[in-house]
Design a protein around this ligand. Structure first.
Ligand SMILES: [Zn+2]
Length: 255
């Protein structure tokens, strides 16, 4: 009967995903934390408060055929997508890590959710809210004291390495070329990745993330014949990190 936990967790994850949508929307608008956590969901277009029966993950989107009940505004595909990812992240993490104990499941789920929100916020606004990146990093350190799969020392050192690496890169690049290729947001993201995933996930985030970003932006790089444009890097680093937590045991890394 153990398999029955999966549909249950998936449903719970969908509800979390629905909340993540609210966070993405409000952080992208630059609302402060008090505004973000208070108030009910409303249609971004006509501001009508959304009734509970129009707020059921995935199902409401399908029933309403992707439009607001009141003004007909086309609901972006991002909404059902993030809900779906909320469900998928929870069951994937549970499947892979439930033998490590519930704190590890909680830690990686939270990690996946923070990465998801930060990816979309960076994609839309090129910003990385401190409350999620720095707040998340500190949460990751605290959780590492209760986890069997990572030590507090590794959590802390991997954070420092990720953050330091980007800061050094920014400094060197600035000295050589007079431009800043990456933002401090990317440094804060890697601190978060180190805190939750340790060194192997950090490496995966950096190498796989860079590779994915390079492939994705290759047409743009070829067209403009330079690397001098701003790209949101967080979604790629995040994807690399998330893949990393599932490949941890497959990688032969020094740490
Ligand atoms: Zn509306």
């Amino acid at each position: 009967m153990d398999f029955l936990i999966y549909p249950f967790l998936f449903a719970v994850g969908l509800v979390f995903g629905s909340f993540l949508n609210v966070l993405i929307y409000r952080f992208s608008k630059g609302e402060n934390l008090k505004e973000i956590l208070s108030g009910r969901s409303y249609c971004p277009n006509c501001k009508t408060t959304i009734r509970w029966y129009d707020n059921i993950p995935i199902i409401s989107y399908l029933v309403l055929k992707g439009r607001c009940r009141y003004c007909g505004w086309k609901i972006p595909l991002r909404y059902p997508l993030v809900e779906l990812l909320g469900g998928l992240i929870l069951i994937m993490v549970y499947w892979k890590f439930h033998t490590f104990g519930w704190i590890t499941v909680l830690a990686y789920t939270l990690f996946g959710y923070i990465l998801l929100v930060l990816s979309f916020v960076d994609w839309y606004t090129f910003t990385v809210p401190d409350i999620l990146s720095i707040g998340g990093t500190i949460t990751g350190w605290i959780l590492s004291f209760f986890r069997a799969d990572i030590s507090p020392l590794e959590s802390f050192l991997a954070s420092l390495t990720g953050f330091g690496l980007i800061v050094v890169l920014i400094f060197v690049y600035y000295k050589l070329k007079g431009v800043v290729p990456l933002g401090l947001g990317d440094a804060k993201l890697l601190a978060l990745v180190g805190a939750f995933g340790g060194f192997s996930v950090l490496y995966c985030s950096i190498f796989l993330g860079s590779l994915l970003a390079l492939l994705f932006f290759l047409p743009q790089i070829v067209r403009s014949k330079s690397l001098q444009f701003t790209v949101p890097f967080v979604p790629f680093l995040s994807l690399g990190a998330f893949i990393g937590i599932f490949c941890k045991s497959l990688l032969f890394l020094p740490l």
